[in-house]
Ligand binder design. Structure first.
Ligand code: GLC
Length: 456
């Protein structure tokens, strides 16, 4: 099991290596604040005012970023930090719309929006059709020069519609609304999900300073001092702070423990050569890492031979999903249900299951642990960048986190906290990771409300 030994060592990501990954990220963060076009782009978001909890009004939000999109109606109460009403609906995005045309994708959003507005009216929720304020969470890298405009830089995750790249996604959405016969829509803000997650957390607790997603994809946003965003110099701005969308999907350093299975995953992915870091920590990829590792073990005869059907199954992209990895990691008794379902797909008999079970579970542990420790190194870099750690004392910090890997993958969650504790050292308990469930939609409404207040 020589291969397993190599993997064990690489996936452990020892403390010193996590530190070196963090050093590299910190350095690239500095470069990204000064220059455009780097692989850690540090994107200005034009979110310059922090929510106070006093925001009020009713807003519609549209949240696009994963395999689903959500539309919500959110009423912020006059009472501090209180959401008076939230109605939400979710739609699946067919694969052909994720890789088709701009009109196809944005048309789908507009049709769903129309349906949602009609339903609100049927439910007796008062709407003024003359002015519908819609905040747009668009969870991809954008080049923004205002809060209400953002040009798509490149697609990540499962999306690939080349004709959208370089276009202002607010214009694409507004045009689609128009074509669908919906009038009066005003879009005052477009934002990344990390930015929304941060705003939602700040609405309840002003001390939150970082928003993070560990889900299908992964990324973080934090509050930066304007004068440190060198590339903003000369641009018209009067604020002291601006939220920066780090966009770490494409981060790369030679310190990353990249293995043969990562290279295969990359070659077979929708965006080869891109999103190196996200492909090591994202929920969209973790099942693929495990599948490619199992394939290599089969090639070495280190696993019992599957049935011809089983072989076909394992050769199929995305045959193993992130939830399956999480569920197998959580098994106390290796031979529990989610593992048995997988071994059944491989066509194993009882004897083969007994032999392969522990190996398969270890593979799931390894990819999850590596993901968590690299994610920990990334968070540590953000804390260092903000000066929350690394000085004489650790400053108490709330990090708002959302995403399936953090919420549902227990081993990932625990290993992430452990890695951060190792990195931060004594007083690590001052750094709190707080689940901000579905924060990105709420955060969009709050950012629109802040913009509204500012405009008055
Ligand atoms: C991908 C996107 C990024 C987003 C993250 C989490 O990395 O590029 O913008 O924040 O996924 O959804």
């Amino acid at each position: 099991m020589e291969r397993m030994e190599t993997w064990r060592e690489a996936c452990l990501v020892p403390l010193e290596r996590m530190k070196r990954v963090s050093d590299a990220m910190l350095h690239k963060m500095d470069v990204g604040l000064a220059e455009t076009g780097t692989n850690l782009p540090m994107l200005p978001t034009y979110v310059t005012q922090q929510p106070s909890g006093k925001e009020t009004g009713h807003y519609l939000t549209l949240d696009l970023g994963g395999t689903n999109f959500r539309i919500a109606y959110i009423q912020l109460s006059e009472e501090i930090s209180k959401v008076a009403l939230r109605r939400e609906a979710k739609w699946n995005i067919p694969k052909e719309n994720m890789e088709g045309t701009a009109d196809g994708l944005f048309g789908l959003l507009a049709e769903a929006f129309k349906e949602f507005l009609d339903q609100l009216e049927l439910d007796g929720i008062p709407l003024s059709r003359d002015k519908i304020v819609l905040a747009f969470t668009f969870s991809f890298p954008m080049d923004q020069n205002a809060l209400n405009s953002g040009k798509l830089l490149f697609w990540t995750k499962g999306f690939n519609i080349p004709s959208c790249v370089g276009k202002d996604v607010v214009v694409l959405l507004a045009d689609a609304m128009h074509r669908a016969g919906i009038h009066g829509v005003v879009i005052p803000a477009v934002l990344n999900d990390t930015v929304g997650t941060l705003a939602a957390a700040q609405y309840f607790d002003e001390t939150a300073k970082v928003g993070v997603i560990f889900g299908t994809g992964s990324n973080a946003a934090y509050v930066e001092e304007m004068e440190k965003i060198e590339k903003m110099q000369g641009k018209d701005h009067h604020s002291k702070y601006m939220v920066v969308d780090i966009e770490w999907s494409d981060f790369y350093t030679a310190e990353l423990p990249i293995m043969s299975f990562d290279r295969k995953l990359d070659e077979e992915s929708l965006h080869p050569g891109k999103a190196t870091f996200e492909k090591m920590i994202g929920g969209m990829y973790i099942g693929e890492m495990a599948r490619n590792m199992l394939l290599e073990l089969l090639g070495d005869d280190a696993l019992p031979a599957p049935s011809p059907q089983g072989r076909k199954f394992l050769a199929t992209n995305d045959a193993i999903g992130g939830e399956q990895v999480a569920a197998i990691c959580a098994l106390q008794d290796v031979l529990g249900e989610p593992l048995l379902a997988l071994t059944e797909s491989l066509g194993y008999d009882d004897e083969a299951i007994k032999k392969a079970g522990p190996v398969i579970q270890e593979i799931m542990f390894l990819v999850s642990r590596r993901a968590a420790r690299l994610a920990g190194a990334a968070l540590y870099s953000v804390l260092r960048k903000m000066g929350r750690v690394g000085g004489v004392r650790i400053l108490p910090t709330i990090i708002a986190v959302d995403g399936s890997m953090f919420e549902h993958h227990r081993l990932f969650h625990e290993e992430l906290i452990m890695s951060l504790t190792e990195l931060v050292g004594p007083e690590a308990e001052k750094i709190k990771l707080q689940l901000s469930k579905d924060g990105s939609g709420l955060g969009a409404a709050i950012i629109a409300a802040v913009a509204d207040l500012g405009a008055q």
